[in-house]
Design a protein around this ligand. Structure first.
Ligand code: ATP
Ligand code: F6P
Length: 453
C-alpha cells in the first residue's frame, strides 16, 4: 500500500518566488528546499533564471544589469519568461508540486507579473525574500561563490568581486523589498540577516508551513557532520538482521578506536561536538569511550524488520520468499510485515534532519538503513538508489556542507568487520555476488580520505 505524504493529501501546487539582491543566498536556499522536499518524496524543482540568461549573455558586466540598459532588460525579461514557461510545463506535464523560481524578483512590477501567472494557472504563489545588510556575510558570499561564477570565467577574483559589487548596486537602485504595509495580502516569508529575524505573512497550507519551518532552521555557520555505524555486532557476525545485540570483540575495538578517529577527522573542533546515538545497545556501546556530550534518539533506531527481525537473509528468503523478492524489486517502498520500509524511516527521520540543520558539529552513531537515509539527504541520492548504498562497518564519514555541495571524507579504521551488504538477487552477504548494481560503490568505491564532494 502506498504511503501518502503531505503533497498527495491536497492537490496543491506551489511556486516559491525568491526575492532579494544578488549574493543573498537565494540559490543556496532554493537548492536546499528542493533537496529537502525531494528527500520527503515531494516533487520539487528549481528554475534558475540566471542559467537561462547566460544562454544569451554569458559574461555580462555590471552595466548589463542597469535598469536603463534596454538590451540587457530585454534579454533578462526573455530569460524570466523562458524559465516561467518551463516551470509551467513542468507543473502540467510532470505533476510538479513545488517549483522554486530562483531570480532576484526585486521589483513589484516583476512580482505582480508572476503573481498573475500563478493565479491564472491555479498555482499558489509564495514569496521567499532573503534580506541581508551584514557586509561581512555579503562579502564572504561574493568571495566564496560569485568570483567563481561562470559569469566571470577567466577573470581574476578581485576584478570579479568588484564588478559583482557594482552589479548589486544596480539592483539596489530599483529594489522594492516586501513589506507588510504594501504586500500584506500576499503569502510570504522574509528572512532578515539569515534568520536573525523572520517575518511570516499569510502562510496558509501545511506544505507552505513546512517550507517556512525548514528555512527558519537553516544557518550558514561552518560545521561538520560525522556519521558512523555502530561497531560490528554479534548479530552482524551471524548475518542476522535487527535485534539488540552486543558488540563483537572487533566491534568493541572499533569503539575503543573511535575517539582517535574522531580527533583525526575533527581536529581542533573535537571537543566542540555532540554525539547522537540510537537507543539500541550496539550504538551505546560504540559511543562508550567518547567523552563528548551524548544524546539518545529513538528515531535513530534501525529500520524495524518486523516479522523478519532476528533472521538471516537466507532464512527470510526461505520463510518469506514472496516478501524477499518484493523487497529486492522495490527496496525503498517495501515494508516488512509488522515493520518498516525505507520510506517509513525517512518520515521518522524528518525531525532529526530539521534538528541537524539547526545544530553545529554532530557525530551520529546509528545503523545501516538509517545512515543510508541521512546520507541520502545530504548527498541528494535518489530514493531508488539510497537503500542499495554500501556503508561499511568501522568507517567514519565526515560531511562538510559547503554553499552548493557537501564535501565527503571517509576515514576507515584498520579493524576488520564482516560485510552486512546484501546485493539484489542474492541472500548472501558481501559485495561481489551480483553484478550490474551501479550504486553499490557510492560509498565504498572512493579511496579513503579522498575529498570527492
Ligand atoms: P544571485 O542573485 O547572484 O544568484 P544568490 O542570492 O542566489 O545570488 P547565492 O549564490 O545563493 O546567492 O549565495 C550563496 C551564499 O549565500 C552561500 O555562501 C551561503 O552561505 C550564503 N547564504 C545562505 N543563506 C543566506 C541568507 N539567508 N542570507 C545571506 N547569505 C546566505
Ligand atoms: O545487517 C545490519 C542491519 O543494520 C540490519 O539490522 C537491518 O535490517 C539491515 O542492516 C538494513 O539493511 P538492508 O536494508 O540492506 O537489509
Amino acid at each position: 500500500m502506498p504511503v501518502y505524504t503531505v503533497s498527495h493529501v491536497q492537490n496543491i501546487r506551489i511556486c516559491v518566488i525568491m526575492v532579494g539582491l544578488p549574493a543573498r543566498g537565494k540559490s543556496f536556499i532554493s537548492q536546499k528546499i528542493v533537496r529537502y522536499l525531494s528527500w520527503l518524496s515531494i516533487k520539487a524543482k528549481c528554475f534558475n533564471v540566471g542559467n537561462y540568461r547566460r544562454q544569451a549573455a554569458s559574461h555580462p558586466t555590471a552595466d548589463f544589469f542597469d535598469s536603463q540598459n534596454e538590451d540587457g532588460l530585454k534579454i533578462r525579461e526573455e530569460a524570466a519568461t523562458a524559465a516561467v514557461n518551463d516551470m509551467m510545463k513542468w507543473f502540467n506535464s510532470e505533476d510538479g508540486v513545488v517549483a522554486i523560481l530562483d531570480a532576484t524578483n526585486t521589483t513589484r512590477q516583476r512580482r505582480d507579473w508572476l503573481l498573475r501567472l500563478c493565479r491564472e494557472n491555479s498555482i499558489e504563489p509564495m514569496f521567499l525574500e532573503s534580506w541581508c545588510n551584514d557586509e561581512k556575510i555579503i562579502m564572504k558570499n561574493i568571495v566564496d561563490v560569485k568570483t567563481t561564477s561562470p559569469d566571470y570565467e577567466g577573470l581574476d577574483p578581485d576584478t570579479a568581486a568588484s564588478d559583482f559589487m557594482k552589479r548589486i548596486d544596480k539592483y539596489q537602485e530599483i529594489y522594492e523589498p516586501l513589506t507588510i504595509e504594501q504586500d500584506g495580502d500576499l503569502t510570504f516569508v522574509k528572512l532578515i540577516n539569515v534568520s536573525d529575524q523572520v517575518i511570516i505573512n499569510r502562510i496558509e497550507t501545511y506544505l507552505e508551513s513546512r517550507i517556512v519551518y525548514y528555512v527558519m532552521n537553516l544557518h550558514i555557520r561552518p560545521r561538520c557532520i560525522y556519521l558512523s555505524r555502530h561497531g560490528e555486532s554479534m548479530y552482524n557476525l551471524e548475518g542476522k538482521i535487527g535485534g539488540d545485540a552486543d558488540l563483537s570483540e572487533r566491534g568493541f575495538k572499533y569503539a575503543q578506536k573511535l575517539p582517535e578517529l574522531v580527533k583525526q577527522a575533527a581536529g581542533d573542533q573535537v571537543d566542540n561536538l555532540t554525539v547522537w546515538t540510537s537507543t539500541l545497545i550496539r550504538t551505546q556501546q560504540t559511543a562508550q569511550f567518547l567523552q563528548q556530550d551524548k544524546l539518545q534518539w529513538k528515531a535513530l533506531d534501525e529500520l524495524d524488520a518486523g516479522a523478519c527481525d532476528g533472521l538471516t537473509y537466507e532464512e527470510i528468503e526461505k520463510q518469506f520468499p514472496q516478501d524477499f523478492k518484493e523487497r529486492d524489486e522495490n527496496k525503498y517502498e517495501y515494508r516488512y510485515r509488522g515493520g518498516e520500509s525505507y520510506r517509513d524511516v525517512v518520515i521518522r527521520l524528518e525531525p532529526i534532519i530539521m534538528e541537524l540543520e539547526r545544530q553545529e558539529n554532530i557525530l551520529i552513531i546509528t545503523h545501516q538503513a538509517v545512515l543510508r537515509c541521512i546520507y541520502a539527504y545530504f548527498m541528494n541520492v535518489p530514493q531508488e538508489e539510497s537503500p542499495w548504498m554500501s556503508i561499511p562497518l568501522h568507517t567514519l564519514i565526515k560531511l562538510e556542507p559547503r554553499a552548493y555541495q557537501t564535501i565527503v571524507q571517509r576515514i576507515k579504521a584498520d579493524i576488520p568487520a564482516v560485510s552486512t551488504y546484501k546485493e539484489k538477487g542474492t541472500s548472501q552477504l558481501g559485495e561481489s555476488h551480483a553484478s550490474g548494481n551501479s550504486s553499490k560503490n557510492l560509498i565504498t568505491g572512493a579511496p579513503i580520505d579522498k575529498k570527492d564532494g
